[in-house]
Design a protein around this ligand. Structure first.
Ligand code: FAD
Ligand code: FES
Length: 382
């Protein structure tokens, strides 16, 4: 479905009102839609009543409350169903395959065994989840919607990028690694799961990065746990170029302090160019990571190679990347962070205002869970 003129599947013709979510970037707690989803979650959990407004938050909560509801939700579209007896001793899992056009890998709901859950910096865990054989294919930048608890607290799933992935020779995912930064109730519950337990995952969801063909200069800008999708993207670019010249990859990684440069050792082992910045000067440049972007771009010989920027991190960082990309006329793909409800494009909780030249008023809304999370900077206003 194109970004322009999209409608809610359950309510044809529905469009989010102007001003619901007009800002770019992480928007931690800023977008009014976030409040409505959380209110809906609480209301259903503790009182069983329907939240008063807006109506779609109740639908969101119901839509993601279980496999049966997800199947019902998907029944509104062009959906094929199948039952898969999951292998390796995992419980039998019913999955739904979305046939929505433009999606990179078929979306699945499945139970995955936790292989390990280990610390990865302050308040951060690295969790590896085993995936049933020949079930999931995935592209860098897509995300998974994870049920944090087996019960209903919290009720809504939480979205996570894939930090690392292992696939078999046929490209089927064998396990997924996630970096989980504990910021609230859902991530606290998720981070407490022990190895050997099962997690309920929905994905892969959304649209990921679209790297240009080689030769190209890839410059990644990450802030804090926004590093998560870039280990996998770098591995993907290295694997894609295997047998040919090594790809030109530079990672600019910023955080508040040295300890919050999550997974830096593992990134250094990839052999890519890495420059770091910290607010307190405890590692690398003292200041913003975006201070490093101009000099990194200056190093490129003019016209020698196509440059592609990729960014994921806090909203002010993304705003700076958009501004610099515009000034230097360099394309940038941003992975946006919005609070989500269904993750399936049905509830409207994650909408973001973008430019849309084909639309009469020049702008439109996209759903970050469906048309994102990776969005071209050219569509976003700084
Ligand atoms: C596509 C996508 C990929 C993501 N990948 C990762 C990842 O790899 N690792 C990771 O640690 N986190 C990631 N996040 C953010 C993660 O989903 C949230 O931190 C999580 O949902 C918070 O749940 P909670 O119940 O712990 O927090 P809550 O109790 O719901 O909220 C706690 C605080 O976090 C803020 N918050 C909650 N959700 C978000 C959000 N989506 N964006 C910004 N602020 C939020 C709230 O405003 C509040 O201040 C991703 C988000 C998206 C949309
Ligand atoms: S989270 Fe429901 S539409 Fe995106």
């Amino acid at each position: 479905m194109s970004a322009a003129g999209w409608t809610c599947r359950r309510q044809p013709g529905w469009r989010p009102p102007r001003g619901r979510a007009g800002r770019t970037g992480r928007g931690r707690g800023r977008a009014s839609c976030s409040t409505s989803v959380k209110a809906g979650e609480k209301d259903l959990q503790h009182t069983g009543r329907r939240p008063p407004t807006p109506d779609f938050s109740a639908r969101t909560a119901r839509a993601v409350s279980g496999a049966e509801d997800i199947r019902r939700l998907l029944d509104t579209g062009n959906v094929k169903r199948e039952r898969i007896a999951a292998t390796r001793g995992m419980q039998e899992t019913t999955v739904a395959e979305s046939a929505a056009p433009g999606m990179m890998g078929a979306m699945r709901q499945f139970q995955g065994r936790i292989v390990f859950n280990e610390p990865c910096g302050p308040k951060c865990r690295k969790i590896r989840v085993e995936v049933p054989e020949r079930l999931v294919r995935y592209e860098p930048g897509q995300f998974f919607h994870i049920r944090c608890a087996a019960g209903t607290d919290p009720l809504l799933r939480r979205p996570f990028s894939v930090y690392a992935v292992k696939t078999d020779a046929g490209g089927w995912v064998q396990h997924l690694d996630f970096l989980v930064l504990v910021v609230g109730h859902g991530t606290r519950v998720l981070a407490a799961h022990a190895a050997g337990g099962m997690l309920d995952l929905l994905g892969p969801l959304g649209k990921g990065f679209r790297p240009p063909p080689e030769p190209a200069r890839h410059v990644m800008i990450a802030g804090g746990v926004g590093i998560a999708p870039f280990y996998d993207l770098a591995e993907h670019l290295l694997a894609r170029a295997a047998g040919g010249p090594a790809p030109d990859i530079t990672l600019l990684f910023g955080s508040r302090t040295k300890d919050e440069l999550y997974a830096l050792d593992a990134l250094q082992r990839l052999g890519i160019g890495i420059r770091v910045a910290t607010d307190d000067g405890s590692a690398g440049h003292r200041g913003f990571v975006t201070d490093l972007l101009g000099p990194a771009l200056d190093e490129a010989a003019p016209g020698a190679m196509a440059i592609q920027l990729y960014a994921c991190g806090p909203e002010p960082m993304l705003d700076a990347v958009i501004r610099i990309a515009r000034e230097r006329q360099v394309p940038a793909q941003l992975s946006l962070d919005r609070r989500m409800g269904c993750g399936l494009g049905a509830c409207g909780a994650c909408v973001c205002k973008v430019s849309a030249p084909a639309s009469p008023d020049g702008w439109d809304y996209i759903r970050i869970c469906r048309e994102g999370p990776v969005v071209d900077a050219a569509r976003l206003a700084p």
